[in-house]
Design a protein around this ligand. Structure first.
Ligand code: MTE
Ligand code: MO
Length: 328
């Protein structure tokens, strides 16, 4: 994962799935020959807890735009969906756990009502929105997006949400506002891993205002037609599908319009590895691994990673004239 030094990266995260599976079989063989205690530890490592699959309340009045229109706009990827079980049991959410397969268990029961999101800064009409206000701001739309984590794995996720543009319109940004700064809840009682120093809390992220206004950038309130599971960022999280997954900040409580580029969590953590832009780009390697290919969760092997995660037609113009290598 992001903060792990190379020696700690799980083989499943970086090796081809087939190689990984072969290694798994080999390791199983090794268990039979091993001592009893080592066997127990290895057994837990190789057999993670069974997936938790919990149905959530359905989202009312979900809008699904006509298919061909949605595909043209980039609102709907024409690729098989990643399973609900995988999307809800293979998570990065460091406030709960740094182990992707433990997040669901640790986040279980996370209370997200009532929930308020403060929107302010360089705006004409600052306001604290209750979750219900946000749900009424705009129709809840289905958006089927690719999700590419900087670690090299990807998914296809049927989000439910609405454009950030709809929210920004409400608060009337001033012309001096050039960036949008987002903040996750800070509450170590409810987010137990905030008691550790694994990241600088609260998790913060940012976009340029024109990026935030792009129709692909949404605030997601659910997925698979249901309200957002805790492990995926309940009750509301950002989704910017052309950027690496860590830009899509979860469980947001604060959105500020600002004049200068705001600090962002992974950039604070490791500035030469994670830049402010973090647009998906197969031509710019991470200092510790290549970004040319990705492993789609639920599939075998790997596939090429696409520039802007396949959304170049929709967002390429935002970066015209910019050096994408310098602005990583
Ligand atoms: N607050 C917060 N937001 C976060 C993260 C996190 O640890 N904390 N992880 C990021 C990373 S690295 C990814 S890949 C996505 C994962 O989203 P998912 O678990 O819904 O697939 O959330 C992003 N948003
Ligand atoms: Mo990620």
């Amino acid at each position: 994962m992001l903060i792990k030094k190379s020696a700690d990266i799980k083989s499943s995260e970086i090796t081809d799935q087939k190689v990984y599976l072969n290694r798994r079989l080999f390791m199983r063989g090794a268990i039979l020959a091993g001592s009893v205690t080592a066997t127990g530890l290895l057994y837990r490592k190789l057999n993670p807890p069974p997936a938790i699959v919990e149905e959530r309340p359905k989202i009312a009045g979900l809008v699904k735009p006509p298919s061909d229109e949605a595909i043209r706009a980039g609102f709907k990827v024409n690729e098989p969906l990643t399973s609900f079980a995988d999307i809800t049991n293979y998570n990065n959410f460091y406030e709960f756990s740094t182990e992707k397969r433990s997040v669901a268990e640790e986040a279980r029961g996370f209370v997200t009502r009532p929930w308020a999101v403060e929107v302010g800064g360089l705006v004409g009409k600052p306001k604290v929105f209750d979750l219900d206000d946000l749900l009424k701001l705009a129709p809840q739309e289905e958006r089927i997006y690719r999700h590419r984590c900087v670690e090299g794995w990807s998914m296809v996720i049927p989000w439910v949400g609405f454009p950030i543009a709809a929210l920004l319109k409400q608060v009337e940004p001033l012309s001096s506002a050039r960036f949008v700064a987002f903040q996750t809840l800070l509450d170590p009682k409810r987010m137990p891993n905030q008691n550790t120093g694994v990241l600088d809390w609260p998790y913060v992220e940012g976009l340029r205002v024109d990026e935030a206004l792009n129709p692909l950038a949404i605030l997601a309130t659910g997925m698979y037609g249901q309200t957002m599971p805790p492990q995926d960022g309940a009750p509301i999280r950002l989704v910017v599908p052309w950027k690496y997954g860590f830009k899509s900040i979860k469980s947001i409580v604060k959105i500020m319009l600002v004049s200068n580029q705001p600090p962002t969590t992974w950039n604070i953590e490791s500035p030469n590895e994670y830049g402010f832009y973090s647009n998906v780009n197969p031509n710019v390697d991470h200092p510790r691994w290549s970004q040319r290919m990705e492993h789609r969760i639920g599939e075998f092997g790997s596939r090429p990673t696409l520039l802007f995660n396949g959304y170049a037609d929709q967002v390429g113009h935002l970066y015209e004239g910019m050096d994408l290598r310098a602005n990583y």
